[in-house]
Design a protein around this ligand. Structure first.
Ligand SMILES: [Zn+2]
Length: 148
């Protein structure tokens, strides 16, 4: 099954990040490992939202910030498992902009709806496909695990 696994505290942290930045979007990266073809998220890394033009409906991680995140992941022997962002007062469904700006094939794109300042639905989409030309988002089941 297409799924992504989150530790409870990481899942809570990305939802809390969306509440913190409301009414603006938050964004960040997810670090983890693939185990038997399933992403096991280990931690999340907050990013500053660099899109000041319309931070409520678009997001972007600055390239230099992304390079730092990749280095941090490598040092911890983790990989970039995906990215997350929030949709303030908007459903947790990907937009055309989200799709156009998604380039990490095989990674998870997590979206949390923040309704009136409170985190609501969180969905995850796997960017499937073998190339940029046939990429597509596939909805994933989110499994939240209690702390070991
Ligand atoms: Zn979005």
């Amino acid at each position: 099954m297409n799924a992504v696994i989150f530790p409870r505290e990481v899942y809570a942290a990305i939802r809390a990040h969306g509440e913190e930045t409301y009414p603006h979007e938050c964004c960040g990266a997810l670090l983890g490992r693939i185990v038997d073809g399933v992403w096991n998220v280990v931690e999340s890394v907050k990013a500053g939202n660099t899109r000041t033009d319309s931070a409520h409906n678009r997001y972007q991680i600055a390239p230099i910030e992304l390079v730092k995140m990749e280095r941090e992941a490598r040092q911890k022997e983790l990989d970039i498992a995906g990215f997350y962002h929030s949709h303030p007062d908007h459903p947790a469904q990907w937009s055309q902009t989200d799709f156009a700006e998604a380039h990490w094939l095989g990674c998870c794109y997590v979206i949390t709806e923040v309704a009136q300042g409170k985190a609501a639905v969180t969905n995850s989409f796997l960017l499937a496909g073998a190339s940029e030309e046939d990429k597509r988002f596939e909805m994933q089941a989110i499994e939240v695990q209690e702390e070991r």
